[in-house]
Design a protein around this ligand. Structure first.
Ligand code: SF4
Length: 198
């Protein structure tokens, strides 16, 4: 079994409930969406066998993996998660929720985009919803989203060189007010960008 891998790196989870935990990130190539705020290069990639992936991550002093992308659910299967589970790894995923998540995951994050109603139909129960929000975005009713333990709003961090877009600071201030008004939601900042780590 092989996966098309864009990059593997070791860092801290920057967002959501697991923020601050050391994790090995495996970024799979490819995505089904083209979000206009996307800050990730998920093109290309290198085919890696599961044994190659295991070898690449084996020197990190950490047993938490995060499957990310792009959209990892385009490739990841229960065979892949079972292989790494058997090697002792706990596994999280960060997905846009357009595809069923494979079995064998220990923590599931869905970050729905656009018309978010699709996500609950595909994955009715997840651990965490993390919704990217910009100035002017409205929060969906939680009842149309997958059932989750945690619901986060995540202010979109814009490229400071971009023009004609709201500033990151504006998005953060907007999300702070959204959470004040909708306390079932929590604020998630992308701290890896704030402290300038990968
Ligand atoms: S779903 Fe995520 S990775 Fe895919 S285009 Fe949107 S922001 Fe980028």
């Amino acid at each position: 079994m092989s996966l098309n891998v864009k990059e593997i790196f070791y860092s801290l989870q920057g967002e959501g409930e697991r923020q601050g935990e050391a994790s090995i990130f495996i970024r799979l190539a490819g995505c089904n969406l083209k979000c206009d705020f996307c800050d990730t290069d998920f093109s290309g990639g290198t085919k890696m066998e599961l044994s190659d992936i295991e070898a690449a991550i084996s020197n990190y002093p950490c047993q938490w993996l995060i499957w990310t992308g792009g959209e990892p659910a385009l490739q990841l299967t229960a065979v892949d998660t079972a292989f790494l589970k058997q090697k002792g790894y706990r596994q999280a995923i960060e997905s846009n929720g357009h595809y069923p998540l494979p079995e064998g995951l220990d923590y599931t994050v869905v970050s729905p985009k656009g018309n978010v109603g699709y996500a609950a139909k595909v994955n009715p129960i997840v651990d965490e919803i993390r919704l990217p929000v910009r100035v002017g975005d409205r929060l969906p009713d939680i009842s149309i989203l997958p059932k989750a333990k945690y619901y986060f709003v995540s202010p979109v961090f814009n490229d400071i060189l971009a023009t004609n877009v709201e500033s990151t600071e504006d998005n953060i201030a907007y999300c702070v007010e959204l959470v004040r008004q909708n306390p079932q939601w929590r604020l998630s900042l992308q701290i890896h960008k704030l402290i300038n780590i990968e």
